[in-house]
Design a protein around this ligand. Sequence first.
Ligand SMILES: Cc1ncc(COP(=O)(O)O)c(C=O)c1O
Length: 392
Amino acid sequence: MLADRVKKIVTSATMQVSEQAKKLKAEGADVINLSVGELDFPTPDNIKEAGKKGIDANKTRYTVTPGTLELRNAIASKFKRDNNLDYSVNEITVASGAKQSLFNAIMALVNPGDEVIFSSPYWVSYPEMVSLAEGKSVIIETNTEDGFRISGKKLEDAITDKTKLFILCNPSNPTGAAYNKDELEELAEVIIKHDLYVLSDEIYEKLVYDDFKFYSFAQIIPEIKDRVLIVNGLSKSYSMTGWRLGYAAGDQKIIAAMNKIQSHTTSHASSISQEAAVEALNGPQIMLEKMLSELIERRNYLYNELISISGIKCHKSEGAFYLFPKITSLYNKQLKIDSSLDLAMYLLKEALIAVVPGSAFGAEGYIRISYATSMDNLKETIYRLKKTLKKF
Ligand SMILES: Cc1ncc(COP(=O)(O)O)c(C=O)c1O
């Protein structure tokens, strides 16, 4: 009955743990969910008000496919303000979440048989989207020791005459690692030399810590801009996951192709969400600072506690809201823990803590812990974790 393409893709491997977590919760268990990919803060009030105003003003009809002119102007101003990048409204397109922008971009760029390079641990949807486009994922492995970043040399070694696209997730989900300006420049030179395109997923742009300075891949050197398609969105920076609002900016020909695809699928992002998004981008940014200072406190607490546990190694995330500790030293024959999935299931059963196994991100031997939860929950997590690990 089903088409072959469905057989090629897998439902997220995170499901097994999250389904079990939901089941335990429904039975009344006090599960702490650290598997989530969304912030626990509400959408800021001014943004919610703009959405309500949009409804009252009957902004409830179809908009044009790439998004309202007002929103695309707000996005163009954001790029100028934050990244010193100039985009016209024809070089910007809005979608129902960054996920749709990424999907449209991959559909617009990848032919059957084209190779698409990205590093592991990767965001779960990249390989599945490449597979739906009948492309081939070429994965460069990274680890705690290299800070989950690839060098220009590693990128160059993965390039063949079939390579079309390089996907960069910066800062990264699931590792929280982020590339500095020099590291991006090294990658940019390889991209130009080999005449490739880059899909730069910058959805965690605003969530960077300490004195880390974020640079968009498109602003690194002047020659790279035309080769980069930036994908960004409001889900993470403005706590707006449910509003489904993402956007992309880049070469007008690619943007036009993405619009063509979107015009035959979802048409455009919700008109109400577009109204709210204008306020998010143009309005006061004070909430972001508050969220960031809380996230830094949580990251520092969780990181310091994790590395104090014997055998656990962890990269201190520069951004996003995840830590990705290496946990192979916790594998235990007697307890039948031989993989990241075994450990995640064990922690759920014994400590009522839900985390995501690294295997979901193509990285066996790690787990992803999200700190998009309260300090109280994180303190309780560490208490339970330490108590459980005493049995090892
Ligand atoms: C790296 C990365 N890219 C894209 C997305 C999709 O975001 P959106 O909610 O805007 O579709 C996510 C969401 O988890 C993500 O982590």
